[in-house]
Design a protein around this ligand. Structure first.
Ligand SMILES: *[C@@H]1O[C@H](CO)[C@@H](O)[C@H](O)[C@H]1NC(C)=O
Ligand SMILES: *[C@@H]1O[C@H](CO)[C@@H](O)[C@H](O)[C@H]1NC(C)=O
Ligand SMILES: *[C@@H]1O[C@H](CO)[C@@H](O)[C@H](O)[C@H]1NC(C)=O
Ligand SMILES: *[C@@H]1O[C@H](CO)[C@@H](O)[C@H](O)[C@H]1NC(C)=O
Ligand SMILES: *[C@@H]1O[C@H](CO)[C@@H](O)[C@H](O)[C@H]1NC(C)=O
Ligand SMILES: *[C@@H]1O[C@H](CO)[C@@H](O)[C@H](O)[C@H]1NC(C)=O
Ligand SMILES: *[C@@H]1O[C@H](CO)[C@@H](O)[C@H](O)[C@H]1NC(C)=O
Length: 554
């Protein structure tokens, strides 16, 4: 008896101190859906808008609130789970300046002026708690965007005077809690850390995160916030604009998985935040650049070798590549589909997003092919005009999530290596095609796009013996390896052009529960919603000319 009550007490104490909090290891098998609370789901009877009036149509250019709330997110959780989403990252939840500015209104939630209060535009404490408990009931994680780097002010000319600071309704009332004014020089990291975002119209005063009072206040606050709301993870806004040393203490106090926005194209620079122990992970901006380059039409300036090099960089730069956020677009960037209109190229990019080492991060609207040009505010349209359709891209994401999840949960191995533990290794590359082995799968990507081509892509050695029956987990088409385990992929099928493929042995496909009999739901023909025919082998891999493989294996 004494033992069990001591254990119960320990367990209670442990949960109070966040020991059950989700770690990087808990997150690595998840996928994340990034949403802006104001734009993801419309007000409803059970989730009334907090803003009156709500515009009849949500024009992103107007930069005002369109009515989404924490409660309205709940209305669309079935939609997210239908796509296999098991974690959401929501835009900042804390109090913003709530006045008209030269850049209109803080509908996005990033103009936080006091993290100790919630943003009443999105709901109450109870509402946020209701959302989070609803997520947890569904075994979904919640990640909250944390914006602590700067405080907006409308008092351009004497921003740091005591009077201005009092008027800003900010939690920081002493000028010593801010760095002195200078505008950021992005080529200078010190300047990135201490100078100010914004401009003379709307300066964002840079919080002095070296000040002991600021440090202790924020560390205490984040610990309490995470515990109070049962938060599973934090996305750290403006990661590279706060000294890494600050993040070390802050993320330790938070005690949950953290992923930072280190908006930078350098592998080793972004990696230094993870490798230095300052945060668990970063969003993979270098990989985002490599994928965009590989699959964009204009300019089609890449060959697949570069993409293979990028995969190697991801593996060698980061101490823990398996938790790097892999994304195609976000709230600051032009929509991927504006750059890559061809649905087949986008499909290939999505396979990279979901299968490369890392955590796939889908920005709301990607699944509905939102393609608004330019960045902020065009990339922040309301989702509801899409009617949350179960369209081709939505189903492709569902399929990719299913494949990835099944590979992880079954732990299937090839040569002793599972999908999660193995590294994507290029086993064939040409200027337009690349094939990777990763545990029990071989997957191929190409930048041929639509429509069909008569050329084929040959892989000399997949690692499987000759005459092995394979299934493409995307289309459920069957293949058979040729001599030496070779494979030849034709891009002449059905008028679809350069489709990606994810091969597993027919017996592994059965274990995965994908493409077995009976035909599972959600099996997609390349660009339609009808079930694919799996009865006839599509291609028998007889490696004809070695010339098909124009670049050497690496
Ligand atoms: C970088 O920025 C800091 C802060 O503004 C400044 O003090 C320093 O001189 C700059 N360094 C260079 C090389 O420009
Ligand atoms: C990253 O690599 C470049 C070139 O190799 C080097 O100049 C730079 O100092 C490195 N940065 C970090 C943060 O290690
Ligand atoms: C492809 O890119 C690699 C690496 O940048 C380069 O060495 C190679 O010459 C390129 N090949 C072709 C055919 O463009
Ligand atoms: C990209 O955005 C621009 C500007 O809004 C628009 O004119 C163009 O049609 C868009 N392209 C695609 C492919 O949607
Ligand atoms: C994957 O790559 C990393 C970094 O190069 C290496 O440390 C690790 O051992 C590799 N894992 C496997 C299973 O090959
Ligand atoms: C979407 O449509 C596909 C094909 O009809 C179906 O299998 C799948 O269950 C649908 N998904 C949802 C969430 O309704
Ligand atoms: C698939 O897409 C291609 C190119 O967009 C089109 O020509 C073809 O008709 C589509 N096939 C089906 C079955 O929708």
């Amino acid at each position: 008896m004494r033992f069990s009550s001591a254990a119960a007490l320990l367990a209670a104490a442990a949960s109070l101190h966040g020991v059950n909090a989700a770690t990087a290891d808990d997150w690595k098998s998840r996928n994340i859906y990034q949403l802006l609370t104001d734009r993801f789901a419309p007000p409803s009877d059970t989730a009334p808008a907090r803003t009156n009036p709500v515009p009849e149509t949500c024009d992103p250019v107007a930069q005002t609130w369109c009515g989404g709330t924490w409660l309205s997110i709940i209305d669309k959780l079935d939609y997210l789970q239908g796509m296999g989403v098991d974690a959401i990252w929501i835009s900042p939840v804390h109090q913003n300046i709530d006045v008209h500015t030269p850049y209109n209104y803080a509908y996005h939630g990033y103009w936080v002026n006091d993290v100790t209060k919630l943003n009443p535009r999105f709901g109450s404490e109870q509402d946020l708690q209701t959302l989070i408990s609803e997520l947890h009931k569904r075994d979904m994680y919640i990640m909250v965007d944390i914006a602590i780097n700067s405080i907006p002010t409308l008092n351009q000319n004497d921003a740091l005077s005591s009077e201005s600071l009092a008027a800003d309704n900010s939690m920081w009332t002493d000028p010593a809690y801010f760095h002195k004014q200078c505008w950021i020089d992005y080529s200078n990291q010190t300047s990135c850390e201490i100078c100010w975002f914004g401009d003379a119209n709307l300066p964002l005063m840079d919080v002095n995160t070296e000040h002991p009072y600021v440090i202790s206040t924020l560390n205490t606050w984040i610990k309490d916030f995470v515990t109070k709301y049962n938060i599973d993870g934090l996305r750290l806004d403006a990661g590279k604009h706060i000294p890494p040393e600050f993040w070390s203490g802050f993320t330790q106090s938070a005690g949950v998985f953290t992923i930072g926005e280190v908006y930078d194209g350098s592998w080793n620079f972004t990696a230094s935040y993870q490798n230095g122990g300052h945060m668990d992970s970063v969003l993979g901006f270098p990989m985002n650049g490599a994928i965009s380059k590989a699959f964009s039409i204009k300019p089609k300036n890449s060959n697949m070798t570069d993409l293979g090099v990028a995969v190697g960089q991801q593996l060698s730069s980061y101490n823990n590549p398996r938790v790097i956020g892999n994304f195609l677009e976000n709230h600051d960037m032009t929509r991927f589909r504006n750059v890559t209109a061809d649905p087949i190229l986008a499909y290939n990019a999505m396979v990279a997003q979901f299968l490369f080492e890392g955590i796939p991060v889908t920005y709301y609207g990607q699944e509905q092919d939102l393609a608004n040009g330019h960045d902020d505010p065009y990339n922040r349209a309301a989702l509801w005009p899409t009617n949350y359709e179960n369209g081709t891209t939505y189903q492709r994401i569902a399929r990719l999530n299913l494949i990835r999840k099944q590979l992880i949960t079954t732990g299937l191995q090839f040569n002793g290596k599972s999908y999660m533990d193995d590294n994507s290794t290029a086993i064939g590359v040409t200027p337009t095609d690349i094939a990777f082995r990763k545990g029990p799968i071989v997957y191929t990507l190409n930048n041929r796009g639509s429509p069909s081509e008569t050329e084929a892509f040959g892989i000399l050695a997949t690692g499987w013996p000759s005459q092995t029956a394979l299934v493409d987990l995307l289309s459920c088409h069957q293949f058979i390896t040729g001599s030496g385990g070779s494979l030849s992929i034709s891009y002449a099928q059905d008028g679809y052009g350069g489709l990606p493929y994810i091969f597993a042995t027919a017996s592994d496909a059965k274990t995965l529960g994908i493409c077995g009999k009976p035909t599972p739901v959600g099996v997609l023909a390349p660009n339609s919603t009808s079930a694919a025919d799996i009865s006839s082998p599509m291609s028998v891999g007889l490696m004809g000319a070695a010339a098909l493989l124009t670049a050497s294996l690496f």
